[in-house]
Design a protein around this ligand. Structure first.
Ligand SMILES: *[C@@H]1O[C@H](CO)[C@@H](O)[C@H](O)[C@H]1NC(C)=O
Ligand SMILES: *[C@@H]1O[C@H](CO)[C@@H](O)[C@H](O)[C@H]1NC(C)=O
Ligand SMILES: *[C@@H]1O[C@H](CO)[C@@H](O)[C@H](O)[C@H]1NC(C)=O
Ligand SMILES: *[C@@H]1O[C@H](CO)[C@@H](O)[C@H](O)[C@H]1NC(C)=O
Ligand SMILES: *[C@@H]1O[C@H](CO)[C@@H](O)[C@H](O)[C@H]1NC(C)=O
Length: 452
């Protein structure tokens, strides 16, 4: 019954599209009808939270989804990973209220590779700095943080494209930037495989496709930068076979606040819940990660992942995510009125073998070589992805002989560290293009304190 109502909801959206609203429609954060919510253990308080969070999400993603552009290109089957499928001016700077003068932005669709290597369509955006001359712009590939797990949650649809503390700073510094939406966000040919190595493929092939879109305009060499989920993707990318060779043009990358080992981090957070040593804010922040990680694991292990640690109530709530196509705020909002005891069957049972298997298959720092420079940046006050987790992966990777640098920003949290470390990551990018040496040993630094 509930499932029927959910698909009916999506059906109505599709019908509305057919009624002459051209190709501009809402694609995410649909209202969840009361009876559907109630049958999924979502009472009035929960429903109010979803409604409020939907407003926030829609402010970011808009209600003007270009179904035509995001539809799979007709020539996908003739393409190979790295090919360009579609290119559309997102608009010039005068049509984007917050774009720097002279910057142009494009949406594009390209072919990436799924985990098994099969071609998949992915969308994203390309931003070009003002062209001052005939010279090429140096290219940076940006990997974004979590925006959601459904097609309507694609960064290339942002209403305020340049309202970001990350890649727009690289554009302002004169770099061309390519931002992959990641497979399953924007285009819906496949589902978004949250935190998997698929995102490293998507970043790699976005570079090849952007270079095909602007063959005279972009450099052959490139540097990567990622934040949060995207920081994890950049760490995975640094160990990708395709970037170990100089012919890839890859010069190195920066992973800011990266999640690396999902299961280890999960276990460590559950242990602090058991010992009652977490603050209320830490608990709430952790609980908001339960819907995306559960959905990610369910997609990764289709048919047999049953979320063994979670209560029935929470599993029902998480089903609302797909019914409403909820993006980040509403997705996490499903947990905001819950306590750990509502969410977990038992805080002392932490055994999730599939989460461990996911980690073994998708995590970096397990022995693969990373031959190009990797800078890891973390805020000491990050309660979403713990600084200890990136320290453990840093130590592991250095132990395998890779050269990494790691900087901790004192007092910075998960979000603010991206902006507050921009001087360092812009310098890192400049140094790679300038051919500067990265040194021959792992180093750790601390920036800030009270005066930062
Ligand atoms: C697919 O078609 C588009 C538009 O017709 C074209 O620009 C693009 O180059 C084609 N890509 C491939 C790989 O054939
Ligand atoms: C830029 O966009 C504005 C607003 O849509 C339009 O009027 C103008 O012609 C465009 N300029 C170029 C060079 O495409
Ligand atoms: C433009 O390119 C020419 C030739 O490469 C060079 O002499 C000139 O200094 C460049 N101008 C700027 C503004 O970069
Ligand atoms: C993708 O979305 C379109 C509607 O926009 C729908 O018709 C199609 O079935 C969806 N494809 C998949 C694989 O879900
Ligand atoms: C955990 O901490 C809370 C608040 O500080 C307290 O009310 C509760 O009794 C503690 N529970 C245990 C098992 O220590």
């Amino acid at each position: 019954m509930a499932r029927y109502a959910g698909s009916k909801l999506l059906h109505l959206a599709t019908v509305a599209m057919g009624l002459g609203f051209a190709n501009s429609q809402q694609a995410s954060n649909f209202d969840v009808p009361t009876e559907v919510a109630e049958s999924h253990s979502c009472d009035v308080v929960c429903q109010q939270i979803i409604a409020q969070m939907n407003v926030l999400d829609l402010g970011t993603f808009g209600t003007n989804f270009d179904f035509d552009f995001y539809a799979t290109a007709a020539n996908l089957s003739e393409s190979k990973p790295g090919d360009l499928l579609k290119l559309l001016p997102r608009s010039n700077s005068s049509a984007i209220s917050n774009a720097p003068e002279g910057v142009t932005a494009y949406k594009f669709q390209y072919t990436s590779a799924a985990l098994d290597g099969t071609p998949v369509p992915v969308t994203g955006l390309i931003a070009l700095p003002p062209a001052t001359n005939d010279s090429r712009s140096n290219l940076v590939a940006f990997a974004h943080g979590t925006t959601g797990l459904y097609r309507g949650c694609a960064p290339s649809t942002y209403t305020q494209l340049f309202n970001d503390d990350g890649w727009p700073r690289a554009v302002a510094a004169g770099y061309a930037v390519v931002v992959s939406d990641f497979a399953g966000l924007g285009n819906n040919y496949t589902e978004h495989l949250y935190l998997s190595k698929a995102q490293a493929n998507d970043v790699y092939y976005s570079v090849l496709a952007a270079q095909k879109a602007f063959p005279q305009r972009l450099s052959q060499q490139w540097v990567s930068l990622g934040h949060s989920q995207g920081g994890g993707a950049i760490w995975q990318l640094s160990e990708h076979k395709l970037v170990q060779d100089a012919s890839s043009g890859y010069l190195g990358g920066v992973a800011v606040a990266p999640p690396t080992k999902l299961s280890d981090q999960f276990q460590s957070t559950l242990r602090s819940l058991q010992s009652n040593s977490s603050t209320a804010e830490e608990i709430q922040t952790f609980l908001t990660t339960i819907p995306p990680t559960t959905l990610g694991l369910q997609r990764y292990f289709p048919g047999y992942y049953d979320a063994p640690l979670l209560t029935e109530k929470v599993k029902q709530r998480i089903e609302l995510a797909s019914i409403g196509q909820l993006c980040l705020y509403a997705l996490g909002g499903l947990m905001l009125d819950l306590t750990p005891n509502d969410v977990f069957l038992s805080l002392s049972n932490t055994d999730d073998s599939q989460m461990q298997k996911f980690q073994a298959l998708n995590s970096p720092a397990q022995g693969d070589p990373a031959r190009k420079p990797l800078l890891v940046i973390h805020g000491s006050a990050d309660i979403l992805v713990s600084p200890e987790s990136s320290k453990a992966s840093f130590d592991a990777s250095c132990g395998y002989g890779n050269i990494l640098h790691r900087t901790v920003y004192v007092g910075r949290d998960h979000g603010s560290v991206l902006k507050d470390s921009s001087t360092e990551w812009i310098q890192f990018i400049a140094d790679r293009f300038a051919g500067k040496d990265f040194g021959s040993k792992c180093t750790e630094s601390v920036v800030g304190g009270t005066g930062l």
